[in-house]
Design a protein around this ligand. Structure first.
Ligand code: UDP
Length: 482
């Protein structure tokens, strides 16, 4: 067999938190389904548990995919304490085992999460092809890059004064208050992550061409970056077990899941709002109260994932207090009226979004949630909080026309105190607007469904993302020294 026929060997080194780890595992699975020999490098057996079942299922289908747990030094503390590992979690304790493993078993390429900030030097030092994954889509990357380059917000009178993002294909308005602090204060300075990406072989992006074509072109031609589009990767979860266990296999309570699904089965199509703020976000209890009142007043059905909020909310450490924020009798009333369900814990999000009864997604606009909503053809109620979520909101509402803004105005770090609340009347209004069946809502739904269809086609044989995966594999093969 000549070397171009032996499968390419690819390593995938996900970060330790939900919104970055989940898509990277899917990316590894996608590459293995295209014939690459994929190995997922992970930190501890406990972390591997979160995705081991889906990998075993892939292996039973003879897909070439494995998990490799890196051996931590004896006295080292594991960096992966929870699904909510934050962007600044330091994983450098893995440097030596990582380096040793790579040096002894060099792959054709390693796909690495940007948040392992220390790892680029190690990989480059070993002359291994490094492909970067940063978790975002093209639109937000272009917006971020242009704000960094041209600093349109530098001379504004106040944080709430709107400015236009220069040079990009659409007319996009933002305010300084919607930018992350590093972009607000020091325009033009590339950070360590940005620099490491510049020297990489390229980037893999969980997106598909038909979703944001102008921004894919802009990214590649104007910004001059090399990218392979491989998404939406959540679509590699084809069976119910994969969908149910995605992200947190160990925590899914089968009985509650069955109850929840049969509750959904009893509802009319598109009549339920699904509400979740991702794996990390925290909202103050006072804000949760406003959401509860808004939902109740809207008269629409809902599933509200609150577990991930409590784990990190203000009452952190006071286990048992997590009922206190709920308005008196709210949950019981909602249950009795068959109006709504609260999920305390990890929800199988893609399973929920794909259920025909779910007709709207109130979301913090994390990129995975955004793509998952698009893939399910569900319009959104956008409530960005931090990261690049305010940029994603603009894509959803202003460019794609598949969502309505709830009215979140201020970027606040996931772990900081949020003072300004979104009032219950705004929550009620936005739910009525998206779920009420009016002309605007129907138009959004139509648009979302059309995108969902394109998403599915993109990952099928001959589709744009299918080819993106094959392109990277072929390029790696062609670079092999015979
Ligand atoms: N997720 C889930 N169940 C939950 C919370 C989150 O399955 O209860 C998944 C969700 O489907 C998505 C990821 O976690 O794939 C969250 O990523 P996103 O980029 O939306 O937000 P982040 O958590 O990074 O803020």
């Amino acid at each position: 067999m000549d070397s171009s026929e032996t499968p390419v060997v690819m390593y995938f080194f996900p970060f330790v938190g939900g919104g970055h780890q989940i898509p990277m595992i899917d990316i590894a699975r996608v590459f293995s389904s295209h014939g690459a020999k994929a190995t997922i490098l992970t930190t501890t057996p406990a972390n591997a548990l979160r995705f081991r079942s889906s990998i075993r299922r892939d292996q039973s289908l003879n897909l070439p995919i494995t998990i490799r747990v890196l051996d931590l030094p004896n006295d080292a503390v594991s960096p992966d304490s929870s699904m909510s590992a934050a962007p600044f979690t330091d994983t450098s304790v893995l440097r030596e085992p990582f380096k040793l493993f790579l040096a002894q078993n060099p792959p054709d390429c390693i796909v690495i999460d940007v948040f392992h900030r220390w790892a680029a030097d190690v990989i480059d030092g070993l002359n291994i092809k490094r492909v970067v994954f940063n978790g975002n889509g093209f639109f937000s990357r272009c917006v971020s890059e242009c704000i960094g380059r041209y600093a349109p917000h530098d001379q504004l009178g106040s944080d709430s004064e709107p400015f236009l993002v220069p040079q990009i294909p659409d007319r996009i308005e933002l305010t300084r208050s919607q930018l992350p602090p590093f972009a607000r204060n020091k325009p033009g300075l590339p950070d360590k992550i940005g620099k490491a990406e510049e020297k990489a072989f390229g980037v893999v992006v969980n997106s598909f061409y038909e979703l944001e074509p102008k921004y894919v072109d802009y990214f590649k031609t104007v910004l001059g970056k090399k990218a392979w589009l491989v998404g939406p990767v959540s679509l590699c979860n084809r069976n119910n077990a994969d969908k149910t266990e995605r992200g947190q296999a160990a925590s899914v309570d089968e009985q509650s899941l069955r109850n929840c699904l049969s509750w959904l089965d009893s509802k009319e199509p598109n009549s339920v709002v699904y509400i979740s703020f991702g794996s990390l976000a925290r909202l103050p209890p006072a804000q949760l109260v406003e959401i509860a009142h808004g939902l109740e007043a809207s008269t629409h059905n809902f599933i509200w994932v609150v577990g991930n909020i409590f784990r990190c909310a203000e009452n952190e450490g006071r286990v048992g207090d997590d009922e206190n924020w709920v308005p008196l009798g709210f949950e019981e009333r909602m249950m009795e009226m068959k109006r709504g369900i609260l999920i305390r814990g990890w929800a199988p999000q893609i399973l929920m979004l794909e259920h025909g009864a779910v007709g709207g997604f109130m979301s913090h606009c994390g990129w995975n949630s955004t793509l998952e909503s698009v893939t399910a053809g569900v319009p959104m109620m956008t409530w960005p909080l931090s990261a690049e979520q305010f940029y994603n909101e603009k894509l959803i509402t202003d460019v794609l026309g598949i969502g309505v803004q709830v009215g979140s105005k201020e970027w606040v770090s996931w772990n900081a105190e949020r003072e300004e609340l979104v009032g219950r009347e705004k929550v009620e209004a936005v739910v009525r607007r998206v779920m009420g069946g009016g002309e605007e809502a129907e138009e959004m739904r139509k648009q979302a469904r059309a995108l969902a269809e394109k998403a599915r086609r993109a990952v099928e044989e001959g589709g744009s993302s299918y080819e993106g995966v094959d392109d990277l594999i072929s390029e790696l093969k062609s670079l092999r020294k015979n």
